[in-house]
Design a protein around this ligand. Structure first.
Ligand SMILES: *Cc1c(COP(=O)(O)O)cnc(C)c1O
Length: 411
């Protein structure tokens, strides 16, 4: 088959899967629209502010709309939050005090959070006397019995759930799985705060983790909820009491979310949030197509294209480092920005292995835009995600197939 034929064949296979993704996007679009209308969004909310940012209605209304969409009592959406890691750090430092225990029930936390928890001498949670334990997943599932028993006996202050896969060969957790885990934790110790790393999970399903029983969640605005338009930022959403505690870390104890100005305008945050259900659906379809195409070519992928995706990522397992690097270079080469640039593996801050990243994106490093990244280690897994339009991802898939067919012909 030619590259063109492979793509068409895979698109035929994925018709029903795409229809399911569209149905979720529709439900989320209506939810988002209604939140905008209920809060009477107006042009004045886009206006920039300066200095302390007292009574910044753009900031406050954005946070209220976000909370409504996430089924949360309160939210913070802020351009002052530099990344997903920063948002998650604020969440953890807001909730945990010296002597407290944080228990991850989804195994190791995301690479950049490992230092936040335990790197000595950096002002990590460990430096402040916070204890940390983890319970590994069993075949990609939460180990319910161990979780029940551990939570009951240790009564952790925070139980931590990572929804997306990170750099692991596993699927993201579904909202149904998160719901089940929350019920087990709350049953075993009602006082434990359930905190979710929601990166890459927003708008993938019709509910968010708060509706599934979590107390608080956090993520990045240059992933799904920024719709490709938010220029920076992060969010935290959940119970008022806990979001207020996080607000005291974001600015200052006792000051919280009363301050925080933004000298550019807020329109891209609002417009991006409005676009987010659709853009997330584009990325999901792209990930499903990549899954179908690469399994057609004989590679292992996660998730399998015929199962519901729980995040926007497609993991592809390559045979060699060369194949992996070639894949990332193809993704870079089909990018609208820096398409002429060749990515190399490098020592990125916060990661323990060299990482190669393809991100020819309008917003630097924004992985809701088509991008791929991979730590250089065995097994050679590339994590591909994003795409503002399905057409762009489709074109990228076509180029990847061409490259592989060409290499096979030459060898
Ligand atoms: C991306 C990601 C993060 C960190 O986000 P950054 O914005 O890169 O700091 C944390 N957890 C998960 C699961 C992620 O995918």
């Amino acid at each position: 088959m030619t590259a063109q034929e492979i793509i068409l064949h895979c698109e035929k296979q994925t018709t029903q899967r795409f229809a399911n993704i569209d149905a979720i996007a529709y439900s989320n679009q209506v939810k988002v629209l209604q939140a905008f209308q209920n809060r009477k969004l107006a042009l004045r909310h886009f206006a920039p502010t300066s200095g302390y940012g007292y009574d910044d209605v753009g900031r406050d209304t954005l946070s209220e709309i976000f909370a409504d969409i996430f089924g949360a009592e309160k939210a913070i959406v802020s351009p002052l939050i530099t990344s997903g890691t920063h948002a998650l750090t604020l969440m953890l430092f807001g909730l945990l005090r010296p002597g407290d225990l944080m228990l991850s029930i989804t195994g190791d936390v995301y690479d950049t959070l490992q230092g936040v928890i335990s790197q000595e001498g950096t002002g990590s949670l460990r430096d402040f006397g916070v204890h940390y334990q983890k319970i590994d997943l069993q075949n990609g599932q939460i180990d319910s019995e161990t979780v029940r028993h551990t939570v009951q006996t240790l009564r952790p202050k925070v139980v931590f759930i990572q929804r997306s896969r990170g750099y692991n060969w596993r699927n993201a957790l579904s909202i149904a799985q998160i719901k089940e885990a929350c019920a087990i934790v709350k049953n075993a110790c009602p006082d434990s705060i359930i905190a979710v790393d929601n990166c890459y999970g927003e708008f993938v399903d019709v509910e968010e983790p708060i509706a599934a029983g979590a107390d608080i969640c956090a993520g990045s605005m240059i992933k799904n909820p920024g719709g490709g338009l938010a220029p920076t930022g992060g969010y935290i959403a959940g119970k008022s009491k806990w979001v207020d505690a996080v607000g005291y870390r974001l600015t200052a104890p006792g000051v919280g979310t009363e301050v925080g100005s933004y000298a550019a305008d807020y329109r891209p945050f609002y417009q991006g949030l409005f676009m987010a259900p659709h853009v997330t659906a584009q990325a999901l379809k792209g990930a499903v197509l990549f899954g179908a195409v690469f399994s057609e070519l004989g590679y292992q992928t996660l998730p399998k294209w015929d199962t519901a995706p729980n995040d926007i990522i497609c993991s592809v397992q390559f045979n060699t480092q060369e194949e992996l690097i070639a894949f990332c270079r193809t993704i870079q080469a089909v990018s609208p920005v820096d398409g002429h640039v060749v990515p190399y593996p490098w020592d990125m801050p916060g990661y323990s292995h060299q990482v190669i990243m393809a991100a020819g994106t309008f917003v630097q490093g924004a992985s809701i835009e088509l991008s791929a990244d991979s730590p250089i280690k065995k097994p050679y897994i590339a994590y591909m995600q994003g795409g503002l339009t399905y057409e762009h991802v489709r074109y990228a898939a076509m180029q990847c197939v061409e490259t592989i067919l060409q290499a096979r012909k030459n060898s």
